[in-house]
Design a protein around this ligand. Structure first.
Ligand code: PMP
Length: 363
């Protein structure tokens, strides 16, 4: 969709990335480390100051204690963390439960490892987990359950009740959890982010993945991290060592120092909530229907009252004829499932959101 948007000179709200820059102080710090000569390999698990900063943040935000030496690894974005965790644990015929619509990197990675993806549809509308369905699928071959909260593409979030169901279902099994929490700080309306780290019985079987790209408005830096108990992390690192070894040193050191400004990530929810509110107030009189996203920087818009076109066809027509690009939600399902919903990224400057709304109000 980004390519089509460029071809048609369309406003691109399809792919998830900000059209504004990160904090200038962070740029200065990274450049400063380059100039000071921090340009060689970091330790395999990540620059020590960054692992220490992650340990401090994780304890302060969620009360989880992870040792920087053995339980925290810096990765080349969340994508590499997810791939590596799967490669370390999923073998031929293992089953992994994935909720869909789902971010696109889970199932291909599972299948590359020889595993089998069991898809559980989220309820519609609302995009919640139907735990009875999960219970029915769990068996001795279930190796892992992948969760994602706040959730891309739907903007839904898991609550304490979900965590308690997950705990019940996994209790007494050796099922691992891969918790994709890349939007941990982008959560709205005073809702608390239910990290699995808050729940010791879940944390002891979980890989928790985050992305500095989302938190610091720098998706192109492809830097993220994973935390997990030492026994799980030891296996993770056996794969990490040979698929990436170590991650960009000056970026890691710059982020480590910038993380001292806790207000940046603590105020990120408010920052993006203002953007969500601006976007939805501007399109309130359009013919699209929607429930405000509870987290992430994506807003779903439904168009069932407007046309019966397939979502992919409508998204392409909006790009070509109206010059606004979005992502059809059906692409986040393994088999066609078209609820006539499009995903729009609102991590954009106010003027971009205003220009987008002017178009959406005419469709
Ligand atoms: N998980 C989810 C749910 C995402 O939305 C994304 C980015 N779009 C990622 C993982 C990947 O993050 P990164 O860019 O740090 O690899």
């Amino acid at each position: 969709m980004s390519r089509l948007a460029a071809e048609h000179n369309a406003i691109n709200l399809s792919q998830g990335f900000p059209d504004f820059e990160g904090h200038p102080e962070l740029m200065k710090l990274v450049y400063g480390y380059m100039k000071k000569g921090f340009n060689q390999y970091s330790p395999m698990a990540g620059a020590i100051p960054l692992r220490e900063a992650i340990a401090a943040k994780t304890e302060e935000e969620y009360g989880g204690i992870y040792h920087p030496d053995t339980e925290i690894t810096v990765t080349a974005g969340a994508t590499q963390a997810i791939f590596t965790a799967l490669a370390a644990f999923v073998q031929e015929d293992d089953e992994v439960i994935v909720f869909e619509p789902a971010y696109d990197c889970y199932a291909p990675a599972i299948e590359l490892c020889g595993g089998k993806t069991l898809f559980v549809p989220l309820t519609f509308p609302g995009y919640r987990i139907d735990w009875d369905q999960v219970k029915k699928l769990v068996n001795h071959r279930t190796r892992m359950i992948i969760i994602n909260t706040p959730h891309n593409p739907s903007g839904s979030v898991m609550d304490a009740q979900d965590m308690s169901m997950l705990q019940k279902i996994t209790s007494g099994t050796d099922i691992l959890i891969l918790s994709d929490e890349v939007y941990e700080h982008i959560i709205f309306d005073g809702i608390r982010h239910e990290s699995v780290i808050r729940y010791p019985a879940l944390a002891e079987r979980s890989f928790v993945v985050s992305s500095f790209g989302k938190t610091y408005h720098a998706t192109g830096w492809k830097t993220g991290y994973v935390v997990a108990p030492a026994n799980l992390m030891a296996e993770f690192r056996k794969v990490h060592q040979f698929n990436v070894f170590a991650v960009n040193t000056p970026v890691q050191l710059g982020i480590a120092e910038f993380m001292k400004r806790k207000e940046h990530y603590r105020e990120l929810g408010t920052f993006y909530q203002e953007k969500r509110d601006k976007f939805i107030s501007l399109i309130r009189r359009s013919r699209f229907n929607f429930e405000p996203a509870l987290g992430t920087y994506f807003q779903l818009l439904g168009y069932e009252n407007m046309t019966s076109e397939k979502d992919a066809d409508f998204a392409i027509r909006l790009t070509r004829e109206f010059r606004i690009a979005s992502i059809p939600v059906s692409v986040f399902y393994h088999t066609p499932q078209d609820n006539h919903m499009l995903r729009f990224c609102f991590a954009k400057k106010d003027e971009t959101l205003e220009a987008a709304a002017r178009i959406l109000n005419t469709v």
